[in-house]
Design a protein. Structure first.
Length: 331
């Protein structure tokens, strides 16, 4: 037993590279000249390396400026400025191709809610150039280019991140991708093995089948070149993290982890832990409560394996805040 064992703090040691729309607290570049100070963006800024841009300013539109809108006619979409009659579709398409083509690796995108350039969803797509035109909801032009060029990258807007469940899933993806990118910088099999070992419980919660498949990838029984193994693992990791885990899967992980500490607990401690798991199941407690108990016992008992598991702290604890919009399960 190692009484001095401490958590690996992997999440605190890594800084994800995150593209963020520049108007979200970085510069006064909105069409109306204001800066949007968003609580979630302000919360995560100190923990990431920010890459920012405003596509509309980048194509020469001023600040302030007449707003633009997306117009779709005969199956073709245009980016149009109603007040001036200017069509900036070609300029925006050219910018998207050049900027995204030169963009260094990022671990995710955080884009402006409902923006005709950056909005990932809920963007108004008008059916004609008429001032009274009807509309449907869709994706902004820059956001669509991001999705096309980076189909595996986590993409969200600041509006949706007010929801705790969405925010937790997004930050888990972003920090996990950053840890993987950091681990693979040297491109060694040993680093890949260590990464998989510290993410087993996280992968078990997200997708048990994919976790087992990734274990076979790491084992590399076919003796494939390291580059090929890493590529296969990256694809499987993306699939595994594609959807938020169900709370029943998280309960399975908690019960699995209990086995590592159970022999050193009193009957009362085991009973209390199982009670907190049942309360999590019935949405009376957040996942952080039973997770904190496991971490405390792991520290006392020096159980390095559990302390290194990113499931129990997938991103820095300082990013956990009560900012929930009220929607979604309180993880």
């Amino acid at each position: 037993m190692n009484e001095k064992a401490e958590p690996a703090a992997q999440s605190a040691a890594v800084r994800p590279r995150l593209f963020i729309s520049r108007c979200l607290g970085f510069e006064r570049c909105r069409y109306n000249g204001v800066t949007i100070i968003d609580p979630v963006v302000e919360l995560i800024k100190p923990f990431i390396t920010s890459v920012t841009e405003c596509p509309e300013v980048a194509i020469g539109l001023g600040v302030p400026r007449p707003p633009i809108r997306i117009v779709e006619e005969a199956g073709t979409r245009h980016l149009f400025q109603p007040e001036t009659g200017r069509d900036v579709t070609e300029e925006m398409d050219t910018f998207c191709d050049s900027y995204l083509g030169a963009l260094e690796p990022v671990d995710g995108f955080l884009l402006k809610y409902r923006s005709p350039s950056c909005g990932p969803s809920q963007v108004r797509i008008y059916n004609s150039h008429s001032p009274t035109a009807g509309h449907q909801k869709g994706t902004g032009v820059f956001a669509a280019a991001v999705a096309s060029r980076f189909p595996d990258a986590p993409v969200e807007d600041e509006g949706r991140l007010q929801n705790y469940t969405i925010r937790h899933h997004y930050l888990t993806q972003v920090f996990t991708r950053a840890r993987f990118r950091q681990a693979m910088h040297a491109g060694s099999m040993g680093d890949l093995v260590r990464f998989h070992g510290t993410h087993k419980h996280l992968l078990l919660a997200y997708d048990e089948s994919e976790m087992r498949s990734l274990g076979h990838v790491v084992a590399n029984e076919a003796h494939l070149p390291t580059e090929q193994v890493v590529s296969k693992y990256a694809a499987g990791l993306t699939r595994a993290l594609a959807e938020p885990p169900r709370h029943t899967a998280a309960i399975n992980v908690l019960q699995h982890a209990l086995g590592y500490v159970s022999d050193n607990l009193t009957p009362q401690e085991r009973a209390y832990f199982l009670e907190t798991v049942d309360q999590y199941r019935s949405e009376q407690l957040p996942l952080s409560v039973p997770s904190a108990l496991l971490r405390a016992w792991s520290l006392r008992l020096g159980i390095r394996y559990l302390l290194d598991q990113t499931f129990y702290e997938p991103y820095p604890a300082d990013l956990v805040r009560v900012l929930d919009s009220g929607k979604g399960r309180p993880l």
